[in-house]
Design a protein around this ligand. Sequence first.
Ligand SMILES: [Zn+2]
Length: 251
Amino acid sequence: MSEALRYSRQQLLPEIGEQGQQALASARVLLVGAGGLGAPAALYLAGAGVGTLLIADGDTVDVSNLHRQVLYRRDDCGDSKSDSAQGQLETLNPHVNVESIDERLDDEALDYYVPEVDLVLDCSDNLTTRLAVNRACHRHSVPLVFGAAVGWDGQLVVFDFRDKGQLGGAKQPCYQCLFGDQLPTAQASCAEAGIIGPVVGILGTAMALEAIKLCVGVESKTLSQLQIFEGKSFAWRAISLSANPDCPVCA
Ligand SMILES: [Zn+2]
């Protein structure tokens, strides 16, 4: 089978071409969480030929995941998500180096993995991990694609910490800045509040799109712009974020 054909349709795009394909092949991307967001994101990134994918998730596949976590099959139930994801992604594209990290990443683990990659996708399902991922990406100047979804709605934002938080002269915000002076409170999880499968699929797929753009150098309109998707009305709204001068992470 000709591997030149595998990427031929995306390489037709002038923004990709041979150079973009090489940029994807040399990219190392960490996905924190391999659930509803991470599953479609990982499939598209492996399909696109991202050279190295680190898949971190400490959970096992449950039958209640299958309506939205499109990486997994009935036979995977009870198995490690990161190991199952690795198997599926290697089947899709054996040229991608997939590493399974079968754990929930804490600050110490993030300090180990984040400096090793070019880009992080936060596909996690809890606030503690999100705040830790934001801190680690800011600390190590690694771009962060953040996504979340619950119920019928989702959110996405890109933070490019490579330029130490500067963007066109203005200081860039970080994820923690979203909460202003309020200490963030725990947010409802999909297990508590429910989730409609395609919404998390839309957000996870959009995260993969933004990741590919970052890898090949296509400008993103989601940089420091919180994109809010409302599934029932099928509407996208954008909110410009500004840095909190008292932010404990980026100020
Ligand atoms: Zn901040």
